[in-house]
Write a protein that binds this ligand. Sequence first.
Ligand code: PEP
Ligand code: MG
Length: 587
Amino acid sequence: MRTLRGLAASAGIAIGPALVYAPDDVGAQLSSQAGAKGPPPVVRAARDAAAEFTRVERALNVAEAQLKGVYEKSLAEVGEETAAIFLAHQEFLSDPALVAEMKRQIEAQHLGAEAAVEVAFEGYAKQLEALDDAYYRERALDLRDVSRRVRRILTGAQDQETLSNLSSPVVIVARDLTPSDTAQMNKAMVLGFCTATGGLTSHTAIIARILGIPAVVGIGDDLLQIQPGTTLIVNGQEGRVLTEPDAAMLQDYARQRDLLVAKQTKDKEAAHKPASTSDGHRVEVVANIADATSAQVALGFGAEGVGLFRTEYLFLNRQSMPSEEEQFRDYRAVADVLGDHPLIIRTLDIGGDKQLPYLKMAPEMNPFLGWRAIRLCLDIPHIFEPQLRAILRAALDRNVQIMFPMIATLEEVRRARQVLERVEQQLAAEGVPFNTRVQIGIMVEIPSAAVMADLIAPEVDFFSIGTNDLIQYTLACDRVNEKVAYLYDPLHPAVLRLIQGVIAAAHGAGRWVGMCGEMAGDCEAIPLLLGMGLDEFSMNAACIPAAKALIGSLSMAQAREIASNALMRRTAEEVREYLRSLGLARC
Ligand code: PEP
Ligand code: MG
């Protein structure tokens, strides 16, 4: 038996035979056919240039038809936000610059259709990679995915067939899986995923979490030594893969898996009751969403509303800014799904690691400390005002609240409110119906706002603590830099003290306070946050059943004692050890 270690990308335990997925690299085949060493491939046109370009055009048309099908399938299986990637793939196929480059490669460089496609797409992908930006690096991967699809059509290669035709349950082992691979997969037969590359926010990890399939990613090349059919245990809780386990180990893990599945089923059944402690203290357990589909999914998991609607996803993956009308339709669609349930819409939070391709932003030395979120919105009224108009209109007769991200000072709160008032006056003057009683809150995710929460609270209706950012700013550790990940700890006493102060300040001013950072759905932290008095927990939908079950298993007196004991610890490790010693449920 061997143990391989990687990142725990999606919780759960899977046991089954390995399906080693190693699609042929069409480009490598081409290069070797032509006898060339390394890129660029130099397959010479066997036919005349016009005929080769016609082959390219036909392949692009077939790819477009395939991608339409893949989009529809993904929409049904994993929702709009994730399926949107295949709309972006379709756009590449008709990109005039790319098509012109393929033609040029055929006519001027005398390349064959397959090589022209590879060279043109690869050139474009390299340009995007050179921009040294996470968003564009991902687009480069998408370009390669599309290039492979088109070349497979040209050569008649069939490697995705294996994934769509799975007929018995397997654990997929791969270097990495592209969006096209996962979209075409027969997911009913996939027990688990393990990949050699990829991080916790890689496409494979996100899909695995949405589908509830256990996954371990970033294992390294050792994974690729696994032989097809080898029995594997994927431990998505701890980020480990065991190969060829002995009978005792198999039995032990099968038991753990069954217990986990039984707990998830039971929690899910009970998740439709309102969240409350065993002694009747009510809190709200709500969801973080990105569109109407994810709102629907969240209600299915027992969400009592939405604590964070990340509107930036409506702005990403497209070539131009969505109009006020488009935004209105999208916000209203979400509000309609939620009915009377509360919906907190966060205004645009871009910058940092989220860039819009159509909004030219100068490179910054420290993007997370730079021009992002409310700072950018206050500077660009033609982005901020249409969004506020769309939200106010969509909020008519609905339980909608507005939340401003990345507030550092009271002046920013006041300026944002002034813009909102101006927009309300414009709508009233135009006779456009809108909700005049929308509540206004802010995200507390910058230490300055946390420290002066008592001064800000009287000027807003609510707070939502954004721990994803609050932790990085408190401990001065970039949230996407693995080298300083050891500092990034939600249980650090400095973070806990800030959270406690924010809750006390909000309550002192008679305001409610929620949390929409990942910490709110972390079962280790929930008892502590409950005891500190947090009123609302907003999390990924799949965490809701376990979170509600945990809250229901505690009394408020117990939770308060846990919080006060944890707050006396001096290091994150001491806090963690204390919480683990309580032996409470883990998500
Ligand atoms: C946060 O910072 O905790 C948060 C929820 O916002 P985001 O992760 O979008 O920055
Ligand atoms: Mg944030």
